[in-house]
Design a protein around this ligand. Structure first.
Ligand code: NDP
Ligand code: GDR
Length: 342
């Protein structure tokens, strides 16, 4: 790590999967990193345990601020005070199935939250670069392969909210000359993936079933096709986008699709299990309108940013199963002691 910070970044959603990897990456690059975290009744920064720095430490470069993407005045204050060189907007109600249950809230956070942050940048009058966490869910029912020119047809309140945010980002680029880029990221996973997303749900279940503490899981539609990549590789390209002279929009994907059934097969077989013995169906996990198939074409990112996904879904399934077995072993043996973040 280099000594003096050269640049300052502000990350919304720093406590999430991507936010935590991005914070690590930027700290490694010598950045001073500021993140917005929500006040909650339980500690919600466990993904930041590895990089957490005590507020009393001198020379610290990671700063966490209480806030919320629904709080416009807070956003303006923090952007003005931090005067970041780069802003990464990763905060969202990011669960597609849940967005059908809380559509209004999803729109407030995921759509309006973005324009609040863009307005905060404008109101604070700081010179900065902006990254928006856009998604393959924008393509929805348009068949693969999907690239930057593919027609959008979202299939959930989440996808609809993200379209608003996508266009808000482009509008601020065109209207105010803001260096603002959309990363249209296909599904990316890791051992830090939220436990209710399908890959992590499966790999956690594999660990628990092979340890004999669980027998089965309930799942929804197993026919959907997804293009799963590895989150640390994707956040590195978020950074690359903001290093370009000109802001632009890029698809990031592996280019390979697989069904949920395929993922189940590889994950269970990796632990010597047969998924047919352990998976049951529950309609609760089905969506009122499904996105059947997402397979991305990341040619533009390869040609313009020199980026290519290295880890594909089979390897990813295995590394996530290994990680979940290790986490469970630590928990069962009492070795898992959480850091104190107060
Ligand atoms: P996570 O769900 O893991 O993280 C979401 C983050 O947003 C968390 O830090 C969460 O805080 C925060 N957040 C939620 N609501 C608010 C709010 N009202 N105010 C402030 N912060 C809030 O998502 P990922 O890390 O997987 O994804 C990051 C971003 O990228 C999201 O915008 C997601 O929609 C998008 N995306 C993700 C893809 C993926 O495959 N992972 C693909 C394409 C786009 P808390 O920890 O308190 O819940
Ligand atoms: P997705 O991810 O909706 O693609 O959004 P998720 O892992 O939730 O679902 C993927 C597919 O699996 C099917 N499925 C199930 N999903 C869940 N969560 N639980 C189940 O039990 C289950 N059974 C089957 C789903 O129907 C779906 O087809 C993710 C999020 O990270 C978004 O924020 C992001 O924008 C997109 O990826 C790209």
């Amino acid at each position: 790590m280099s000594g003096n910070p050269t640049k300052t970044a502000l990350i919304t959603g720093i406590s999430g999967q991507d936010g935590s990897y991005l914070a690590e990456l930027l700290l490694d690059k010598g950045y001073e990193v500021h993140g917005i975290v929500r006040r909650s009744s339980t500690i919600n920064t466990s993904r930041l345990d590895e990089i957490y720095q005590d507020p009393h430490e001198s020379n610290r470069r990671l700063f966490l601020h209480y806030g919320d993407i629904t709080d416009a005045s807070m956003l303006t204050n923090i952007v003005r005070d931090v005067a970041p060189d780069e802003v990464y907007n990763l905060a969202a109600q990011s669960h597609v199935r849940v967005s059908f249950d809380i559509p209004d809230y999803t729109g407030d956070v995921t759509a309006l939250g973005t324009i609040r942050l863009l307005e905060a940048i404008r109101a604070a009058g700081v010179e900065t670069r902006f990254y928006q966490a856009s998604t393959s869910e924008l393509f929805g029912s348009t068949p693969p392969p999907q690239n930057e020119s593919t027609t959008f047809h979202p299939r959930s309140p989440y996808g609809v909210a993200k379209i608003y945010a996508y266009w808000a980002t482009i509008n601020y680029r065109e209207a105010y000359g803001l260096h603002a880029s959309n990363g249209i990221l296909f599904n990316h996973e890791s051992p830090r993936r939220g436990e209710t997303f399908v890959t992590r749900k499966i790999t956690r279940a594999v660990a628990r079933i092979s340890a004999g503490i669980q027998d089965h899981i309930f799942m929804g539609n197993l026919d959907a096709v997804r293009d799963w990549g590895y989150a640390p590789e994707y956040v590195e390209c978020m950074w690359r986008m903001l290093q370009q002279d000109t802001a632009d929009d890029y698809v990031l994907a592996t280019g390979e699709g697989a069904t949920i059934r395929d993922f189940l097969t590889v994950a269970f077989e990796h632990a010597g299990l047969n998924w047919h013995d352990h998976v049951r169906h529950d309609d609760r996990h089905e969506r009122p309108s499904e996105v059947d198939a997402l397979i991305g074409d990341a040619t533009k990112a390869r040609e313009k940013l020199g980026w290519e996904a290295k880890t594909h879904w089979r390897e990813l399934a295995k590394l996530m199963v290994d990680a979940d077995r290790e986490i469970l072993d630590d928990q069962l043996s009492g070795r898992h002691v959480k850091a104190e973040h107060v």
